[in-house]
Design a protein around this ligand. Structure first.
Ligand code: GLC
Length: 734
């Protein structure tokens, strides 16, 4: 449709039809099936809804979706939008977001989103509520499993890559879908780590650390944005004019569609910040929020009342509806409301094989080897290996967002994966050993207990197998019921029943590899004492165990680097590497009483942001700057040699951090990641890696909250992780 035709269409709509476009309903309201992802509100208006509703969320049945579209179009000229939470893959399930961040591979991350878009579009889905780019530095928060880690720069790169992958060259294409970046804003910073709780944050920290990943999505032309449940400095994000209008619309120029998170509009009343839902409707409109997801505020009862009372004008309504119509037009739905229903058969088997290959590659690129004493890994192909742990009985290494629909491919069990490698001539045993949890009474969703009531028997069998094995591979970690939405924990540890088993196994055999499944950074201090090798695999998706066997037996090397700092103790969180300098900073290890420290643990994480080993070793040398003076508007080049001095080929992620040594009245972080390059380097080979440093990299929101770079001294560090200070150089901005 042309702009003029859209305008004519808008003018032809009744108020009821206009407001209908602004409401998003669960399929249950039409008597259909789907995923309920929030508190089901019985009170939303349903009369004439099939004729007026604008979009449906989380319906997962192509034929029923098509029929609903057909029914709707008997009454309306405007096609429905189908929006779903497709967070880490649709048919092909990829590693969860923190794991994708751990790849430090934007091209791979973008490719996973492109594949997801293709598979989702064929099914009939137009929009995904992804990427979620909430920075979080508090691993108690259950939804760190959906974001891209603690770092602003890495999360921004991931945000851009995901949006570009989903949306491709054009939304007119029938294998791209609209992305919806979320949750705007600051959802990942609840002040006590509990989901949905309030966020209190200075303008400067918000702008320097937490907003850039959302802006990266806006700069990548993301089609939609979702407001967050939390309040920001006391005002609900859903009606926070400063973020929604001053920053998002006016400063960043976002002209896409804004949608509330599930029911968050009505929660303004329970937060005690409005008198009634009619006032909320007025505030939502003033915040330029276009769609109310299952909130019931955008209906004739409240929004219609606001129009009647004159607190909301038709022009304001028209502005919101026009943004929705433009999105539907960009997707090509007016020309063909069924273009997204090509069906799964429209994806060839050879394409699906490629999708699985990318998913399998992403397992080793996202898994992080954090310990490998005695080079216990990789395991020779003729060894006796005992696989032990509750994850032995699991083949679905995905999380709740993939499990809310039945379209995902389920992976292999570990024994099936091992058996799929004909070259493996060893002896392999598989023992569950223990349940996931010993005490799950607080959980609303409880993990199945693979040991039924014979825990002792299962334990005994596991220990017997451990005694006979050359190497033990523990498959253990955090069941997905312990993280995700409303899944916050005070102790971010591996369930005690699993640690108890690990201790007993360690008593009979020290050659222990742990493959960890986790949704958040966990405290691995004791585990790191009990295992010789540790691979952190997060939730690796539907190619999980194939990718894990690739690594265990040396077909690939894990090349992930941690997107989070892993603490020594739960009490260290919030924990992140880019700490702002204080007057009490102090080199770790030299005792002083009056310095920045904990009495009962070191300041440093057990494993730092950016950290990861591989089956080979890399040596850095010859760091050099093209100049020690950076003139404004110009660039300098920093280069370093990286040599693979080990016996295996492998990937190294070369990371560039910068410290702004002094800034006017505002203390700056000790280090900030500003660039990285993942390089494949063969054994014995040396590569020179170059980065450009430009003024833009040095800008920050200064004491007046102006985005500036100040003249003065900077330090550039290039290394293999955030605590690696072995190669640095100083330069001056003039
Ligand atoms: C949920 C989540 C949000 C999701 C939405 C729709 O409450 O907060 O991330 O996209 O509802 O399912």
């Amino acid at each position: 449709m042309t702009k003029h035709e859209l305008k004519e269409l808008l003018n032809s709509l009744t108020l009821k039809e206009k407001i209908g476009q602004m409401f998003q309903a669960l399929p249950h309201i039409f008597g259909e099936d789907g995923a309920i992802t929030g508190i089901f509100d019985e009170n939303v208006e349903t009369d004439d809804i099939i004729a007026t509703v604008g979009s449906i969320l989380n319906m997962y049945d192509t034929e029923r979706m098509k029929k609903l579209q057909e029914q709707h179009l008997k009454y309306s000229k405007i096609p429905l939008l189908f929006m779903n939470d497709i967070i880490h893959g649709f048919n092909t399930i990829f590693p969860i977001s923190p794991a994708l961040a751990a790849t430090f591979n934007p091209r791979l991350i973008k490719e996973t989103a492109r594949i997801t878009a293709k598979e989702s579009a064929a099914f009939g889905i137009n929009v995904t509520f992804s990427p979620m780019v909430d920075i979080s530095r508090d691993a108690r928060w259950g939804r760190v499993c959906e974001g891209y880690g603690e770092d602003t720069y890495l999360s921004s790169i991931c945000s851009k890559s995901m949006v570009e992958g989903y949306q491709g060259e054009s939304l007119q294409n029938d294998d791209t879908i609209a992305a919806c970046v979320k949750h705007f804003a600051l959802y990942g910073a609840p002040y006590d780590g509990r989901d949905y709780n309030n966020v209190d944050m200075s303008e400067r920290m918000m702008r320097n650390d937490y907003l850039p990943p959302y802006k990266a999505a806006v700069d990548a032309n993301v089609a939609m944005i979702m407001t967050a449940f939390n309040t920001i400095n006391g005002t609900p994000a859903t009606i926070n004019h400063h973020t929604n209008v001053d920053i998002l619309r006016d400063e960043w120029g976002f002209d896409g569609v804004s949608i509330t998170d599930y029911g968050s509009a009505k929660m303004c009343l329970s937060a005690g910040v409005v008198d009634n839902h009619t006032e909320t409707a007025q505030l939502l409109i003033e915040n330029k929020v276009d769609i109310d997801m299952m909130g019931g505020v955008y209906g004739l009862k409240y929004l219609g009342e606001a129009v009647k009372s004159g607190t909301v004008s038709i022009e304001q309504i028209d502005e919101c509806v026009m943004r929705i119509l433009k999105l539907k037009n960009k997707l090509g739905l007016f020309e063909n409301p069924y273009k997204y229903f090509k069906g799964s058969d429209s994806i060839s088997e050879s394409e699906r094989v490629n999708h699985r290959a990318i998913a399998r590659q992403s397992v080793s690129e996202s898994s992080t080897l954090v310990k490998n004493d005695d080079s216990l890994l990789p395991i020779a192909k003729d060894k006796k290996v005992a696989f032990i742990g509750p994850f032995v009985e699991k083949n679905d290494l995905t999380t709740h967002w993939a499990q809310i629909h039945g379209e995902r491919e389920i992976g292999l069990y570990i024994n099936e994966a091992v058996n799929s490698f004909p070259e493996l001539k060893g002896e392999y045993s598989y023992s569950i050993g223990c349940p996931y949890l010993s005490d799950d009474k607080e959980l609303s969703e409880k993990p199945e207990n693979p040991c039924e009531n014979n825990a002792k028997l299962y334990e005994k069998e596991a220990i017997e197998q451990a005694k006979k094995a050359d190497t033990i591979v523990m498959l253990m970690g955090e069941p997905h019921e312990l993280f995700g939405e409303s899944g916050s924990r005070t102790e971010i540890t591996i369930p005690e029943v699993q640690m108890a088993l690990l201790r007993k196994i360690n008593e009979v055999n020290k050659n222990i590899v742990v493959v960890l499944f986790n949704g958040r950074p966990l405290v691995l201090s004791e585990l790191s004492e009990l295992a010789k090798s540790i691979i952190i695999s997060w939730y690796p998706g539907s190619q999980g165990y194939l990718g894990i066997c690739d690594m265990l037996f040396g077909y690939t090397s894990p090349s992930g680097r941690l997107p989070f700092s892993f603490p020594r103790k739960s009490g260290q969180v919030p924990l992140f590497y880019s700490n702002i300098a204080t007057g009490h900073d102090h080199p770790e290890g030299q005792f002083h009483k009056y310095v920045l420290r904990y009495i009962d643990t070191l300041n440093s994480p057990l494993y730092p942001f950016g950290y990861g080993l591989s089956y080979t070793e890399f040596e850095y040398s010859n760091l050099s700057l093209s100049s020690s003076t950076l003139k404004r508007g110009e660039k300098i080049t920093v280069s370093i040699d990286v040599e693979n001095i080990g016996n295996h080929d492998g990937f190294e992620t070369v990371q560039l951090y910068i410290r702004d040594v002094k800034s006017r009245l505002v203390a700056r972080p000790l280090k900030e990641l500003k660039a990285f390059e993942k390089k494949f380097i063969k054994s014995g080979e040396k590569k020179t890696v170059k980065f450009e440093i430009a003024e833009e990299m040095l800008k920050f929101y200064d004491k007046d909250c102006k985005f500036n770079a100040e003249n003065g001294e900077f330090i550039v560090y290039i290394g293999s992780h955030s605590l690696d200070d072995s190669n640095s150089a100083n330069f001056e901005l003039v």
